[in-house]
Ligand binder design. Structure first.
Ligand code: NAP
Length: 289
């Protein structure tokens, strides 16, 4: 293997440690302990695990946990009422609606009930617009985590050719915006892109968030490229990504493993966003100055 591994587990541990220290300082300075409200609708087993991990991480960082569990048959109105109540509650710094929600609910309309200053997933139209204009706001956790990994490994971004595979609202689009804000030359690929391997082959940095197991192999990646795999797939052999790791590790200079790459960063950045939200709510003038 020629590539060096990007150790997301270790960087995430460091971010969580930093946030824990900053939460303690915030409280010592007279701030109210930040609180995260997770809202889980129904019994999807994967979502249950994600929410449990988020709640544990939040408590271990010294924040308060305001979990709301709603039955799968909740109506749009029921869920909107809960979100409105959390929005109005000054003890709650951040609100996270676990997605996906059951099919009969309108997820976009639900996300729209979350005030932008409590939108710790960075998914509201307001926060997406602020990001598109490079103005301060809460950023989606997974792409923010990828940026932190690239920075920790001192990957140069200004002027670099970066290819993002995937254009979802959750990952691909905000990822491209964050990279653009750092002066990368960004190309976005999607399911209609022609000659994907050729486009990816130009890149200094490749970020793959397509949700297709093993989509990108060693033949597509330039020697010395940096490859970040956002994909997560449960297989009989354990967790796998969108990148064929064994092949890419033979050509790339830096690569994220799955598991242990991007995954752990998502929760770490959620904690950071919850603290940012609490700071902003305590003193909007100071934080935006
Ligand atoms: P998504 O909403 O399904 O979006 C997938 C994107 O990939 C779409 O833009 C799609 O193009 C594009 N795509 C699909 N097939 C493609 C192909 N053959 N070639 C090029 N592009 C293709 O998925 P997502 O929510 O962004 O998630 C992507 C992956 O990341 C999933 O495996 C998910 O589990 C994982 N994920 C991980 C974390 C984490 O914490 N590590 C967080 C979020 C997501 P179109 O727009 O044309 O359909």
């Amino acid at each position: 293997m020629t590539a060096k591994l990007i150790d997301g587990k270790e960087i995430a541990r460091r971010v969580r440690e930093e946030v824990t220290r900053e939460v303690a300082d915030f409280i010592a300075g007279g701030g109210r302990a930040p609180g995260l409200a997770t809202v889980l609708i129904g019994e999807d087993p994967a979502s249950e695990v994600y929410v449990r991990n988020k709640r544990r991480a939040c408590v271990s960082a010294g924040m308060r946990d305001f979990h709301r569990r709603l039955p799968a048959e909740s109506t749009q109105r029921n869920v909107e009422d809960v979100l409105d109540e959390l929005a109005a509650d000054s003890e709650v710094s951040g609100i996270l609606l676990q997605l996906p929600v059951p099919g009969h609910l309108d997820a976009e309309a639900l996300v729209a009930r979350i005030p932008r200053e409590k939108d710790v997933d960075g998914l509201t139209v307001e926060n997406a617009g602020l990001l598109a204009q490079s103005r301060p706001g809460l950023r989606p956790c997974t792409p923010a985590g990828v940026m932190r990994l690239l920075d920790e490994y001192e990957v140069p971004l200004a002027g670099a050719e970066v290819v993002v595979v995937g254009r979802s609202v959750l990952v691909g689009r905000p990822m491209a915006q964050l990279l653009l804000a750092r002066n990368a030359t960004v190309t976005m690929c999607h399911s209609r892109t022609r000659e994907l391997a050729q486009v990816v082959g130009r890149a200094d940095v490749v970020i793959v968030a397509a949700g297709v197991p093993g989509l990108i192999g060693g033949d597509a990646v330039r020697a010395d490229a940096v490859v970040v795999d956002v994909g997560i797939h449960r297989t009989a052999d354990g967790l796998r990504g969108d990148v064929r790791f064994d092949e890419v590790a033979e050509t790339a200079s830096l690569v994220t493993p799955v598991p242990g790459g991007v995954g752990p960063m998502t929760i770490a950045m959620l904690l950071r966003n919850t603290l940012e939200a609490a700071r902003w709510q305590q003193d909007p003038v100071l934080v935006s100055a």
